[in-house]
Design a protein around this ligand. Structure first.
Ligand SMILES: Nc1ncnc2c1ncn2[C@@H]1O[C@H](COP(=O)(O)OP(=O)(O)OP(=O)(O)O)[C@@H](O)[C@H]1O
Ligand SMILES: O=C(O)c1ccc[n+]([C@@H]2O[C@H](COP(=O)([O-])O)[C@@H](O)[C@H]2O)c1
Length: 230
């Protein structure tokens, strides 16, 4: 989706005087898959989001570099998955020079004052959220919505982060009321379970990144041009 089209125009700003509701789905996207697309669309509908930005990570601080495809290839594959949906694929952490989510969020909140962000993540990430840098700081910066994921809901519920976050539990509907859009807030979203994963795709095709190489030269160039408009 072109940047100019996604600059919130006067109409959108008038409709959302407290900021355009925007989801952030950070991920390795190694590679992006239909599960990402589906949870994004369902979360956008449930939370009343105008769009969701996919933040294709230069490198998850907790994941090994080995086996991680180049950012350009992951970005190119994510562009394909994000087509014809209210999804804006970015590599904005590369622009910002951030790796840790707490730093990314603080930079985004400063840079995009006309947006209201909510952090989206699967239950697998909630299960290890307490290992993220300043995770309580993340929770104090933006509301968090966690999407149930097959095999991870038990560990997520039993996690140290959930023990702290559960006192801030809210309904999805409450995020539709912009006056209640404050942090910390935790929303649990439960859609039809989606078993798709990047791990399964890599197992089926360890060389998947080579197949996007024809597009990646162009996309490597556009990596410099993908910062969304305020
Ligand atoms: N099927 C799914 N259901 C719910 N959440 C998902 C699903 N797939 C991915 N996510 C979430 O999307 C975000 C980005 O996911 P990521 O790029 O790590 O894909 P993944 O399939 O989890 O990859 P991997 O298998 O390599 O760990 C994460 O917050 C993850 O929890
Ligand atoms: O900030 C951290 O300490 C941190 C630790 C682990 C993961 N993250 C972020 O979590 C998001 C999901 O990562 P992944 O690899 O599970 O798709 C992605 O945006 C990562 O940068 C962030």
């Amino acid at each position: 989706m072109a940047g100019a089209r996604h600059r919130p125009g006067p109409l959108l700003r008038a409709r959302h005087p407290r900021g355009v509701p925007t989801g952030l789905l950070g991920g390795s996207f190694n590679p992006a898959h239909g599960g990402h697309r589906r949870i994004t669309r369902c979360a956008a509908a449930a939370l009343g989001l105008d769009e969701v930005w996919w933040l294709v990570s230069p490198g998850n601080p907790l994941k090994p570099v080995a086996g991680m495809a180049p950012l350009a290839a992951r970005y190119a594959a994510a562009l394909v998955q994000g087509r014809r949906a209210p999804i804006r694929v970015t590599a904005i952490e590369r622009e910002l020079g951030t790796r840790f989510t707490v730093d990314t969020l603080r930079a985004l909140v400063r840079r995009y004052p006309r947006r209201r962000f909510v952090w989206l993540m699967g239950a697998d990430n909630l299960a290890q959220f307490h290992r993220w840098r300043d995770w309580r700081g993340i929770a104090r910066t933006v509301p968090i919505a966690v999407i149930a994921r097959p095999g991870y809901d038990g560990p997520a519920v039993a996690s140290p982060a959930m023990a702290w976050l559960s006192r801030f539990r809210r309904t999805a509907a409450s995020l539709h009321r912009r006056a209640e859009w404050s942090a910390p807030a935790l929303v649990i979203l439960r859609f039809d379970p989606d078993p798709r994963s990047a791990t399964a795709l890599r197992q089926a095709d360890p060389d998947w990144a080579r197949h996007v190489s024809a597009r990646s030269l162009r996309d490597r160039l556009t990596l410099r041009l993908i910062e969304p408009q305020p």
